[in-house]
Design a protein around this ligand. Structure first.
Ligand code: F0G
Length: 361
């Protein structure tokens, strides 16, 4: 019997971790693949759609996969402090893993533009929060500059160990399905995750000196963005990105070249979705499947459903959508989404409860 103890232990032979390293882990990874049951029926298409629910990682997002690697390496290299710019999830994850390691975390966040749950987490994990009068792209620029001047290790996805950790999600999907899916759909912001998945799928489908290929198949990569923050659709970086999906409110993605390579090598595409389309997908998934992801994550569902309906993704396909973060991170949006569904207020009285029930049936 072996307990699951985190993705570094599970995939150590495919990760650049030395045998003597102190592994900083919160038992991340090993997240569920949930097959959608109701939505495919509702749209009348013969497809298999799985969601990889990364919102069930220890801090509620896929960032934990990259952070276990980045913090393990930072500690191994003797770093006493880490820093990141973040739209909220990276900062929560960095703060948690730094706490676990006993080192300091500094996080730069865009003033007033991070979801409440992410702020609460980052405060509880005791990071030093630096709010800037600027957006994520400004924060990213400042982090790169300050790391030249102060003794801090950057744990944004420009740190290559982040992508090493995040590539394990692709390994898990192939291990789970027995092969790669036909299509892999995910939201794209700073573009680290699409780059990491593609790296993982490529490594798992290539013979190397140490490993035989696990599968000969790779998926088509579909990268979906918010309409107000869609540099990959525009074909160039954009200024002043804007979207309700604050996690992906990014105009100058750092992993630009890797993401373009993932799209081109896989025969995939980028597309964009309005805030209304993203929010509708978030609600659909919650109401008809019981799966609550954050708005940015629902972009993968909006994209998959549009492309399935149009036939761009043909019937008979197996599709995996990454749900990058947990819906409870952004309670403000959730409550706004359900403005019409106010709680029913009654007296604490048996008859009144009975009436309330019968009125609804
Ligand atoms: N979904 C969520 C929930 C995210 O938090 C992010 C990125 C993405 C998707 C996009 O992933 O950047 O690898 O393309 N969040 C970063 C952060 C920017 O600071 O938490 P990406």
């Amino acid at each position: 019997h072996t307990r699951y103890t985190g993705l570094i232990d599970r995939y150590r032979d495919r990760l650049p971790v030395s045998p003597t390293a102190r592994v900083i882990s919160l038992v991340e990874g090993n997240t569920p693949m949930i097959e959608l049951q109701n939505i495919p029926r509702m749209i009348g298409k013969d497809v298999k759609i799985y969601v990889k629910f990364e919102g069930l990682n220890p801090t509620g997002s896929f960032k934990d996969r990259g952070m276990t690697m980045a913090i393990t390496k930072a500690v191994e290299e003797g770093s006493k402090a880490v820093i990141c710019a973040s739209t909220g999830n990276t900062s929560a994850s960095a703060a948690a893993y730094a706490a676990r390691a006993g080192i300091k975390a500094f996080v730069l966040i865009p003033d007033g533009k991070i979801a409440l749950g992410k702020l609460a987490q980052t405060l509880m994990y005791n990071a030093t929060i630096i709010q800037i009068n600027g957006n994520f792209d400004d924060g990213m620029r400042l982090v790169k500059e300050v790391a030249e001047l102060a003794p801090v290790t950057i744990v944004n996805s420009i740190n290559p160990f982040r992508l090493e950790g995040q590539k394990t999600a692709a390994f898990e999907i192939v291990d789970d399905l027995g092969t790669a899916p036909d299509y892999h759909c995910l939201p794209v912001g700073n573009a680290g995750n699409i780059s990491a998945y593609w790296k993982g799928y490529k490594e798992y489908s290539t013979d190397s000196a140490t490993h035989k290929a696990v599968t000969n198949k790779r998926p088509v990569m579909c990268g979906y963005q918010a309409a107000g923050a869609a540099p990959f659709v525009a074909g160039h970086p954009i200024d002043n990105p804007e979207t309700v999906a604050t996690a992906i409110r990014i105009g100058r993605p750092q992993s630009w070249d890797f993401a373009i390579a993932a799209q081109q090598e896989s025969g995939g595409w980028f597309d964009k979705f309005t805030d209304d389309e993203i929010l509708a997908a978030q609600k659909l998934l919650s109401q008809y499947e019981g799966i609550f992801c954050e708005p940015a994550s629902a972009t993968s569902i909006a994209g998959a459903l549009r492309d399935i309906k149009s036939g761009k993704i043909p019937e008979g396909s197996t599709i995996v959508c990454t749900l990058t973060g947990n819906g409870i991170k952004d309670p403000d949006i959730a409550i706004k989404q359900c403005a019409d569904a106010k709680p029913i207020t009654i007296d604490a009285d048996l008859d009144a409860v009975k009436r309330a029930i019968l009125d609804c049936l």
